[in-house]
Design a protein around this ligand. Structure first.
Ligand SMILES: [Zn+2]
Length: 228
């Protein structure tokens, strides 16, 4: 028994279930909500709900997106033939801090890890191969031309990207054991298509994760990438 009301106790427990939040912080956050205006709390909960209901993944790169195609894939000034393959959508934010990178991305949503029961089929490798081969790039778009401006615009982006030959895949899955396994697996799959595969130069600490790399280190790692 904590002495808190059951409703407050339930709120504290919800905060405590969040990653990185301990008991003391959970109590502090719960009291913060309790002492905030109703408007603030409404805004806050609506924001969480909106994030959960509206956010989807980009049909092309699998990045977290508000629409069918993310802003990076919709940007035709970028090099759509250069794809940087990353473990999670968070890694894109890290790479975007390196202003010199003008390619696009592919988010795997995980790494191959047989010890944890995660195999190649469990992450978005199939979608990457589809982008390289250009087959079925646009499986769900059955709309007739002229159906709506939005659909037409999306169709144009798909067609434009489908015309672009992928010339290089940068495997940027970090230098952990799982990252290495994933890199080796994907480069083996991609090679027969005649696409150059490279991986980041070291400079990223071994076992380190990309999100902790600063922009300059990442820029050097990108610039010095080695073909594999
Ligand atoms: Zn995208």
């Amino acid at each position: 028994m904590s002495g808190y009301s059951p409703t407050l106790e339930a709120l504290i427990n919800k905060f405590r279930s969040l990653p990185g939040i301990g008991s003391k912080t959970a109590v502090r956050l719960a009291f913060h909500m309790l002492n905030s205006s109703e408007e603030y709390v409404n805004d806050f909960s609506e924001c969480i709900l909106a994030a959960k209901t509206r956010i989807t993944v980009c049909k092309i790169c699998q990045n977290i997106s508000d629409g069918e195609i993310c802003p990076i894939c919709s940007d035709m000034s970028r090099d759509h033939g250069l794809i940087c393959v990353v473990e999670s959508a968070k890694d894109i934010l890290t790479f975007e801090r390196v202003k010199e990178y003008n390619g696009v991305y592919h988010v795997l949503h995980g790494l191959i890890s047989p010890m944890d029961g995660i195999n190649a089929g469990d992450i978005r490798i199939k979608e990457l191969i589809t982008r390289i081969t250009g087959v079925n790039l646009n499986p769900d778009m059955n709309a007739e031309p002229g159906e709506s401006d939005e659909v037409n615009e999306m169709q144009e982006i798909y067609e434009e990207i489908a015309k672009t030959q992928v010339h290089e895949i940068i495997l940027a899955t970090g230098s952990t054991v799982e990252g290495d396994v994933t890199t080796t697996y994907i480069s083996g799959l991609v090679k027969p298509f005649g696409v150059k595969t490279s991986r980041l130069a070291y400079g990223i600490p071994v076992g380190g994760e990309l999100e902790y790399a600063d922009a300059m280190t990442l820029f050097k790692a990108l610039e010095g990438r080695r073909e594999i």
